[in-house]
Write a protein that binds this ligand. Structure first.
Ligand SMILES: Nc1nc2c(ncn2[C@@H]2O[C@H](COP(=O)(O)OP(=O)(O)O)[C@@H](O)[C@H]2O)c(=O)[nH]1
Ligand SMILES: [Mg+2]
Length: 391
């Protein structure tokens, strides 16, 4: 089998020449455009397979003709004899080009996909189209520390379900938002023991400076929490009890037992049966310190608390709050106390935190004064701070 090449101004012309010489049964192998001359005029070259032993080759189907419009000024005819395999390898050699094109298309598609997803992210971040009253409440909520995601979801839901729809008053919208928030607020009543016996060991855990020692005193002193109960405070701080704790003990009559070493702590824990409430104020540990969890677990093993309460300060950045609280969750706390409400204007953080942690709230701290700056876990406390109106 031999391969022959013919050229013409058009594909039809090139094929016509091939057919004139070899009859209409030629096999068309390939066709391509050739650039000739400096003026960029073009010719079409076809390669055909010719069986020289036979006078007629296999039936030939006319290919579709294109490129019929251009008019090259000169024409030339190239005829070469080549081995069929050489042509095949030439065609195969052109394959990477096709692959390159495919690759390019795939890359373009990937880029397009990326652009679409970027557009979606951008749209999600853009102001959602809401009636003005809804916009006002949304902006207020974001200003008050709600995460944008949570505030938008709440407002959208409210818009969908408020009967007066776009005409809802600010008051109606706020009432509807409160109804959505209410289930996120769960109360942990410290006054009610989870045990049948009247001896409870409660351990407060949380980052250094969160207000654990202060809150231990506040809980012991509060008339509706532990003031009416036989309470003892165990200070397990390696640096000893603070001056404030010593002064509080003198003033309130609540004994404070200082245990610096772990072996001391385990022996004393067994001799406290006569107290109704044992409050264990452990040393603050950074949850990001090495061995943090191991150390806390050792404490838990020695103290054997009936309840673990996590203490966190509201003046922390929301991401830091999440990050440290998430680690303490590994100790399986039963409730949370949030302190330093007097040091933040972004009280809405509270709901974003509750949504993630799902812990019931045992108390709020709102200042340094032991006998005054504590609030019981009531939703009105938070709602008043967030929406600045009486519930
Ligand atoms: N403003 C404010 N300060 C607080 C509050 N609770 C505790 N503090 C102060 O925060 C600091 C650390 O409190 P402390 O109880 O020692 O934290 P601990 O390391 O977790 O035991 C002290 O100066 C406290 O007086 C609060 O609710 N508001
Ligand atoms: Mg302390």
């Amino acid at each position: 089998m031999k391969v022959k090449y013919y050229t013409g101004r058009t594909l039809a012309e090139a094929i016509g020449r091939a057919k004139r010489e070899h009859g209409s049964d030629i096999i068309l192998l390939d066709s391509k455009e050739l650039k000739t001359g400096n003026n960029g005029s073009k010719l079409v070259q076809v390669s055909i397979s010719v069986d020289e032993k036979k006078s007629r080759v296999k039936p030939w189907t006319p290919p579709s003709v294109n490129n019929a419009l251009y008019k090259p000024k000169q024409e030339s005819e190239v005829e070469t004899r080549e081995d069929f395999n050489a042509v095949i390898s030439k065609i195969l050699a052109r394959k990477p080009k096709t692959l390159d094109q495919e690759k390019q298309i795939l890359e373009e598609l990937a880029e397009l996909k990326e652009q679409i997803s970027q557009l979606q992210i951008k749209n999600a971040g853009e102001e959602i189209k809401l009636p003005p009253n809804y916009q006002t409440v949304l902006q207020e909520m974001i200003k008050k520390g709600f995460s944008r995601k949570m505030a938008e979801a709440l407002i959208k839901k409210t818009y969908q379900f408020t009967p007066s729809g776009p005409n809802a008053s600010l008051r109606e919208i706020i009432r509807a938002v409160k109804n959505e928030l209410r289930p996120k607020f769960k109360i942990y009543d410290l006054n009610k023991s989870k045990k049948k016996s009247d001896h409870r060991v409660i351990m407060l855990v949380g980052p250094t400076g969160a207000g654990k020692t202060t809150m231990t005193m506040k809980l012991a002193a509060h008339p509706r929490i532990f003031a009416q109960k036989e309470t003892v405070i165990i200070s397990a701080d390696p640096y000893g009890p603070s001056e404030a704790l010593k002064a509080f003990s003198k003033m309130s009559g609540v004994p404070v037992i200082e245990k610096k070493r772990e072996d001391e702590l385990s022996s004393i824990m067994q001799k406290l049966d006569r107290y109704e409430v044992v409050l264990v104020d452990v040393a603050g540990n950074s949850p990001f310190a090495p061995n943090f969890l191991k150390k806390m677990e050792e404490y838990v093993k020695i103290v054997k608390p009936d309840e673990i309460i996590l203490v966190a300060a509201m003046n922390m950045d929301i991401d830091d709050l999440f990050a440290s609280a998430a680690l303490y969750l590994l100790l399986k706390p039963s409730g949370i106390i949030l302190t330093k409400f007097d040091e933040t204007t972004r009280v809405g953080k509270f709901f974003s935190l509750m949504e993630e942690l799902e812990l019931p709230v045992a108390a709020f701290g709102e200042g340094k004064r032991i006998f005054i700056d504590i609030a019981l876990p009531e939703e009105s406390y938070i709602f008043e701070k967030v929406f600045e109106e009486k519930a």
